[in-house]
Design a protein around this ligand. Structure first.
Ligand SMILES: Nc1ncnc2c1ncn2[C@@H]1O[C@H](COP(=O)(O)OP(=O)(O)O)[C@@H](O)[C@H]1O
Ligand SMILES: [Mg+2]
Length: 257
């Protein structure tokens, strides 16, 4: 369990997170939704060690994370998929993914084992291994970014707006990949502006407002909540919404970008 307790954190101009209490269950996909500026990305930054809380604590199964910095947090098995455009376009997919295993570079056998496992989970890695990353579509790039992160076999994967800028076809692919990584044993904490998509991927949902948890429930329940529907889904609650519901498939394949 990843536990955030009484966290106050910000950027010098006052606290963005205002006493945040949040429990992220092991093995689940937890999705944080909420209005722009609510502090969603800030939550991921304090967890990944990019930002140090002014007050409060963050721990993973009883191990304090909040004073370790990025490298220390990564060492405890918590990895954040960086913002997009993070791949080296002139390098191959394989080279980009292997960079994620940089810390294992002295153990070639383990590096190869990890790479094979990631390539099995994310077919694009195997299919396009010798192609330059610059030739991939937006959705394919996002998948390779996640692949690179999975090289460290994180116990917790942090994702900030994985859907940003993707076409509907890629959304389905990235969403499925998040579910597959989770099924393979990774706890996922993700942030999404696209509330419907985020909650449909997730098992647990959290509405963040003003740097605090406003609502927290199983994702399907949250999607069916009239208040959430009104504020974030543009009207009536999604009928029969269930946790992990399938995303609607686009009628026609959308060409990659
Ligand atoms: N690097 C930064 N420096 C100063 N203020 C920031 C920085 N990043 C975010 N903020 C401010 O913190 C608040 C919360 O931002 P953020 O966590 O990015 O919100 P969200 O991801 O929910 O849209 C916003 O008011 C934003 O302007
Ligand atoms: Mg954000």
């Amino acid at each position: 369990m990843l536990t955030i307790s009484g966290v106050f954190a910000g950027y010098g101009g006052g606290d963005v997170l205002q006493g945040l209490d949040l429990e992220v269950p092991t093995g689940a996909i937890t999705c944080i939704v909420g209005p722009n500026g609510a502090g969603k990305s800030t939550v991921l930054r304090v967890v990944s060690g990019l930002l140090t809380p002014r007050l409060g604590s963050i721990d993973l199964d009883g191990v304090r994370l909040d004073r370790l910095g990025c490298a220390g947090v990564l060492g405890k098995g918590v990895a954040q998929v960086p913002q997009s455009q993070a791949l080296f376009p002139q390098m191959t997919i394989r080279e980009n993914v292997l960079l994620g295993g940089y810390t294992l570079r002295r153990d070639k056998q383990l590096l190869t084992k990890r790479y094979d496992r990631v390539a099995e989970l994310i077919p694009i890695v195997a299919e396009r291994s010798h192609d330059k990353a610059g030739n991939l579509s937006g959705g394919q790039r996002r998948m390779v970014e996640i692949a690179r992160c999975l090289m460290v076999e994180p116990s917790v994967l942090l994702l900030d707006e994985p859907s940003l800028g993707l076409d509907p076809m890629s959304l389905t692919g990235v969403s499925q990949l998040v579910k597959d990584a989770n099924a393979a044993g990774t706890t996922v904490l993700l942030v999404e502006q696209n509330v419907r998509l985020g909650l449909s991927m997730a098992t647990h949902g959290v509405v963040l407002e003003g740097g605090r948890v406003r609502l927290e429930a199983p994702a399907g329940e949250l999607m069916a909540n009239p208040e959430v529907a009104e504020l974030y889904l543009g009207g009536a609650p999604t009928a029969g919404a269930t946790a992990g519901a399938q995303l609607p498939q686009p009628a026609e394949p959308v060409p990659g970008r």
